[in-house]
Design a protein around this ligand. Structure first.
Ligand code: HEC
Length: 127
């Protein structure tokens, strides 16, 4: 009897944890989507909301996540990949005088990278 109650409790605890995780993930995705809309859509088509936006020579997010097997690595390090180092700044970090600001900077928190990866993952098409 006690064992059954323990199992039932365990089940409840587990599903509680799973809900917490799902909420955290959907919050992360929403944050990533906001950042992508505010900043990345200046140059990239990010999803169907700006299909005719962006700069045509710039790869779209759906293309990258569906066609490149290493998309997650690319998104996780996009700020170090050209042309982004000259536009991305992390909040609170001093401006590097050797890095000229070429345009209005994209100012991010380090945790925003994880949010962008979570959002990009939602653009993978199901089969
Ligand atoms: C000023 C324009 C501009 C903005 C703003 C911009 N990008 Fe890009 N991005 C580019 C261009 C151009 C390329 C293609 C570079 C190339 O072909 O080498 C690119 C490529 C990428 C790549 C692939 C990089 C690689 O080397 O594989 C990723 C991932 C990416 N962008 C993510 C982002 C994210 C996330 C944001 C928003 C936080 C963003 N970009 C904002 C212009 C921009």
């Amino acid at each position: 009897m006690l064992k059954a109650a323990g199992l039932a409790m365990g089940g409840l605890l587990c599903s509680g944890a799973a809900t917490g995780f799902a909420q955290e993930t959907s919050q992360l995705i929403a944050t990533g989507e906001d950042i992508a809309q505010d900043h990345c859509s200046r140059c990239h088509v990010i999803d169907t909301k700006n299909l005719f936006g962006g700069i045509s020579s710039t790869p779209s997010f759906p293309l990258m996540v569906n066609e490149l097997s290493d998309w997650e690595e690319r998104f996780s390090s996009f700020h170090t990949r050209l042309p982004h180092p000259s536009i991305v700044r992390f909040k609170g970090e001093p401006v590097d005088p050797d890095k000229p600001v070429l345009t209005v900077p994209v100012e991010l928190e380090y945790t925003d990278i994880e949010a962008l990866v979570a959002y990009a993952r939602t653009l993978i098409k199901g089969d």
